[in-house]
Design a protein around this ligand. Structure first.
Ligand code: ADP
Ligand code: MG
Length: 269
């Protein structure tokens, strides 16, 4: 198992000083090389669960075991360097940096990270930068084909791209990284059909390189098309986790979300 969540509990205190238990014993296994979708109503705690895995939310009980490491006391950067990459909800390119610089942020640092190392070793730094640039360009070609439009826009500011394009390019950035597991928080939210299909193909391509993908998603068609399995977070626990092939997707109609989930898992079409 690449990732094991064991009996995770966390609670929040609201402005009226009332405590509520958001996660009440989440347990889930994510197999290496799999694509797993996580569904659940608004406010059910999906993003919080991702924050726990990636080290941004520390106040929880239970354990997160990744690739043999217990992540409990590790800060986000240490967790990232173990091989967990993240696409944040609404995640986009960083404005003020060019497309190339944005992509290069995803490339692993082959140089050592000591503060003055780039001054002390300018040659190695130039070499590492060149490698990162090549990696960025290679990934654009791999994802979007030879002569694609992004290659002519390497020096355009990140903010000059449309919202949908920024989401695609943020995924491309994750592809460059040396990650074993990618956590994608609603990769398709707010993008139009054209980008929707491209995002699907990018995620499939990233998965085909052996990376494990765990993603939060509402769109059942998207999940059915790309995921191996689907888990439901409801009332603070994982109520279902099964192969997407076993789910009666045909009943999916625009019902209330909870009704939809019940029907998907419990009614045969
Ligand atoms: N830092 C926080 N402080 C207080 N409450 C929070 C915090 N983060 C999340 N919550 C609460 O937890 C609930 C679930 O949030 P979230 O994990 O973002 O849900 P989801 O991603 O499933 O929509 C929210 O409704 C919010 O009330
Ligand atoms: Mg969320």
């Amino acid at each position: 198992m690449l990732l094991q969540l064991k009996d995770i509990h966390t609670s929040f205190t609201n402005s009226r000083n009332e405590t509520f238990d958001l996660l009440r014993g989440v347990s889930l296994d994510i197999e290496e090389g799999s694509i797993t979708a996580l569904m659940g109503g608004n406010g059910s705690g999906k993003t919080t669960l991702f924050n726990i895995i990636s080290g941004f939310h520390k106040n929880y009980s239970g354990s997160v075991i990744f690739d043999g490491h217990n992540l409990k006391r590790l800060p986000p950067h240490a967790i990232a360097s173990l091989g967990i990459g993240r696409l944040f909800q609404g995640g986009q390119l960083i404005p003020g940096l060019t497309l190339l610089e944005n992509l290069q942020l995803g490339a692993p640092d082959t140089n050592d990270n000591r503060p003055l190392s780039s001054l002390l070793k300018p040659h190695q730094t130039r070499e590492a930068d060149l490698q990162k640039k090549n990696k960025a360009i290679e990934s654009l070609i791999q994802l979007f084909g030879e002569g694609n439009k992004y290659l002519d826009k390497l020096y355009d500011d990140g903010s000059s791209f449309s919202y949908g394009a920024q989401r695609l390019l943020s995924l491309a950035r994750l592809m460059i990284g040396d990650h074993k597991l990618l956590l994608l928080d609603e990769p398709t939210s707010g993008v139009n059909q054209q980008f929707f299909d491209t995002i699907k193909s990018i995620i499939t391509q990233i998965a085909s390189t052996g990376k494990t993908i765990f993603f939060i998603e509402h769109n059942t068609k998207f999940i059915r098309d790309i995921a191996d399995s689907c888990a439901i977070l409801s009332d603070g626990i994982i109520t279902e986790h099964c192969p997407t092939d076993n789910i009666a997707w045909d009943v999916a109609k625009p019902l209330s979300y909870n009704t939809l989930i019940k029907q998907l898992f419990h009614e045969q079409s």
